[in-house]
Design a protein around this ligand. Sequence first.
Ligand code: BEZ
Length: 367
Amino acid sequence: MENGGSRQATMAELQEVQITEEKPLLPGQTPEVAKTHSVETPYGSVTFTVYGTPKPKRPAILTYHDVGLNYKSCFQSLFQFGDMQEIIQNFVRVHVDAPGMEEGAPVFPVGYQYPSLDQLADMIPCILQYLNFSTIIGIGVGAGAYILSRYALNHQDTVEGLVLINIDPNAKGWMDWAAHKLTGLTSSISEMILGHLFSQEELSGNSELIQKYRNIITHAPNLDNIELYWNSYNNRRDLNFERGGDITLKCPVMLVVGDQAPHEDAVVECNSKLDPTQTSFLKMADSGGQPQLTQPGKLTEAIKYFLQGMGYMASSCMTRLSRSRTASLTSAASIDGSRSRSRTMSQSSESGTLSSGAPGHTMEVSC
Ligand code: BEZ
């Protein structure tokens, strides 16, 4: 009995272990040199870091991170993932840090009026003008996904595609506010932000990843600035996406969310409001709240498909495995013969296979 009991406990523990994909850069694959810039905008100064050199006739990849993070803590695991290199070497990357989130940022003075998410979106044209870049493919997480969507609504012609992870396009309703206030009575700002980034299951599992991010956020020297970004996120306006309406994203969009992630319902609802001929939906199992940290390999593969659908990844750049998958995708698409139908993209976490799916279609991924 006792043995059986302890064996059961071990199985339960095993089930809670989340395996983070790891595939660091190969020896000789060194990260590219980064150059950090700041520009003044009508809403204050904004800092961004550029990797790579502009490629003729190609958009820049522009990233925007979530609350509690900066560009490095949000995107480094993804952009330094081994397989990601064959993608990003074809693009210059601009990683924006929300004001006050850049490394070494001084704490804003008391009473400082932090920009709203809409104003943060309005800073992006200043960055692109400074760099002389005309179009982008945006990759955003949480608040960053909202900011890039707002930017895309206002500057459609400059956005070629969007990868939106954990987007919640809705303003907080009174129920959300009540819940938020109640949580605020018993939780610190850092715990509330951790609850925004990660699922409750992940937080109570307290993996190394959670310990790392809890430590980063709790001991952040700019925690007061982080709270300002958090407040702007919670005061966001509704993006008012409307399927078939005027307020919609016109470019190809890939929506990404982990199943069990805090924003799963919001992303599902967002998917229902966007144009199905332009939207792909990637729901990743076993990835928790931050798929770009825990599943960079699967996300890399999905991004590869997305870019390929936009005509940016020549099939010679695809891995052998990806090429065979793409072949089956292409034949599926030609059988269907219509861009207006929703498509299903399925991905298995066990085999690591990814079958069917293309940007410009609704994909559902269950792992
Ligand atoms: C990049 O290569 O774009 C990158 C490298 C390190 C951190 C984030 C992005």
